[in-house]
Design a protein around this ligand. Structure first.
Ligand code: AMP
Ligand code: MG
Length: 466
């Protein structure tokens, strides 16, 4: 039924462990993403039928799939862990969509693997639905990201602080290869494997790259664009460890991620990020730090060592100008201004005002096109003074309406949807999902979803969900 072509499973043995998903007691489909199924050329009716759900739960391995857990290492909060790997996920295989694009089909929460260490390999329904909603919103806003094809309840209890209903997410990605995948072989001094991985990534993601240095340049440029997208949406990834940075440039691993309501550059939500390493404003620098780790891995493949170090360093330094240009483009569009305008000072003045007054990030920008932004400020005269200078640049409302979502999946809304889903009511999840995958459409029926949280609704902390 599904045509798999598993290029990663053809790489040498050390790249993965062959392991089937562990069947679950009582699979029940919670959500299927029709739009993504079509994109992949998969039959949505088959996927929602018994055979499809059995596959999405990990109860049946479809013909042509070659389930594997991928090996990788990673810096977690700056500390290096030489072996991580898929501890709660299994890559079923790769499908080639009708347009020729290749996608990984991965089950997340599918049971233990040789990389699970002490973990149970499972996920509960909360983080599964959170990733489903947030990743599809990101996609709707044009942000490079992994996607969500399905969520299935397992009928089993997962034990965290308490017993919670288990679930499996089907994640779709152009690949799951991470900076940490390169680190895994680099730390072991396995240059042949590094070279094979480099060739695989070039063929798969960057066919125009000619060698490891060129690959590094390409990954850096892609990541600079992705991080600029995050910044422009007030998105905080929360765990930018090197194992959570995809070399494709796609946003990956929606754990404790969150969008800001009230704007402040130092905002952090993740309960485990005590030092604020991954705060909103830190993300570009952390990306550079991670990419420097990738550069370090590739140096042994780049010929004479001193020259290689110099070239790799120069490549890492290319992040800043690419990122800054992307930032100006993104925030320019948010302000309705094209490249020619002097975006940076206007955007920075606005952000400074927003931070001082803790204005709602999404509502301020969405309000620029319809004149309601000033209502988000306490000091409206300060806003008006800014708006005079901004209007003088002739902002284009259409540009703004495209760049600024009228609603985002807010933390309190996601939590409400999860609480309801745990009590077997999927209504709030479905409503929130439909609303956020149409993020630019103002519709009366979704008006309440564009509101900022009331004081008592504000979510201050998010959790990894492992
Ligand atoms: P993450 O926080 O998702 O980036 O995961 C970091 C590492 O911990 C990865 O190697 C995961 O596979 C592993 N891990 C996370 N949760 C679990 C779990 N419940 N069981 C086994 N391994 C896990
Ligand atoms: Mg991860």
């Amino acid at each position: 039924m599904i045509h798999f072509d598993n290029s990663y499973a053809r790489l040498p043995q050390g790249f993965f462990a062959r392991v089937a998903p562990t069947p679950v007691a009582q699979p029940r489909l919670l959500a299927l993403n029709d739009g993504l199924a079509r994109r992949l050329g998969l039959d949505a009716d088959w996927l929602t039928g018994p055979e499809g759900v059995a596959m999405l739960a990990g109860n049946a391995v479809p013909q042509g799939a070659e389930p594997i857990a991928q090996a990788y290492a990673g810096h977690q909060f700056g500390g290096f862990v030489p072996q991580l790997g898929d501890g709660r996920a299994v890559l079923l295989g790769e499908v080639v969509a009708p347009d020729g694009a290749r996608f990984d089909i991965q089950l997340k929460g599918s049971g233990p693997t040789p990389f699970s260490r002490r973990g149970d390999g499972r996920a509960w329904v909360g983080p599964v639905l959170r990733e489903y909603i947030v990743s599809e919103f990101m996609h709707a806003m044009g942000v490079p990201t992994t996607r969500a094809l399905a969520a299935v309840a397992t009928g089993e209890t997962v034990w965290r602080e308490s017993g919670l209903p288990g679930a499996v997410l089907t994640r779709v990605a152009s690949s799951h290869i991470r900076v940490g995948t390169f680190q895994y072989f680099a730390v072991r001094g396995q240059e042949d494997a590094l070279a094979a991985l480099t060739d695989h990534v070039i063929a798969r993601h960057y066919p125009t790259a000619n060698g490891p240095l060129s690959l590094l340049d390409h990954v850096i440029a892609r990541q600079a664009e992705t991080i600029a997208h995050w910044m422009a949406l007030g998105f905080i990834h929360g765990v930018m460890n090197t194992d959570n940075m995809a070399v494709s440039g796609e946003t990956i691993d929606y754990g404790p991620c969150a969008f800001m309501d009230a704007y402040h550059p130092d905002t952090v939500f993740s309960s485990i990020d005590r030092g604020g390493r991954y705060a909103w404003a830190q993300q570009p620098q952390i990306a550079v730090w991670n990419l420097a780790q990738l550069a370090t891995c590739l140096i042994p493949l780049m010929g004479e060592r001193d020259a290689a170090i110099e070239a790799a360093t120069k490549s890492v330094h290319s992040f800043a100008p690419i990122y800054q240009a992307a930032w100006r483009r993104r925030f320019g569009e948010k302000l309705g201004l094209t490249e020619a305008a002097d975006v940076q000072p206007l955007a920075e003045r606005l952000l400074t005002m927003m931070a001082q007054q803790r204005a709602d990030f999404t509502r301020v920008f969405a309000g620029l096109a319809d004149g309601r932004a000033r209502d988000e400020f306490i000091d409206r005269e300060a806003f008006d003074a800014w708006a005079v200078d901004w209007q003088a640049q002739n902002p284009d409302p259409e540009l703004m309406r495209h760049a600024n979502p009228v609603r985002i999946p807010r933390n309190h809304q996601i939590e409400e949807a999860i609480v309801a889903a745990v009590a077997d009511d999927l209504g709030p999840f479905q409503r929130l999902f439909d609303a956020v995958i149409h993020p630019r459409e103002a519709r009366a029926e979704w008006d309440d979803l564009s509101h900022a949280p009331l004081a008592e609704q504000i979510v201050h902390q998010t959790f990894c969900g492992t």
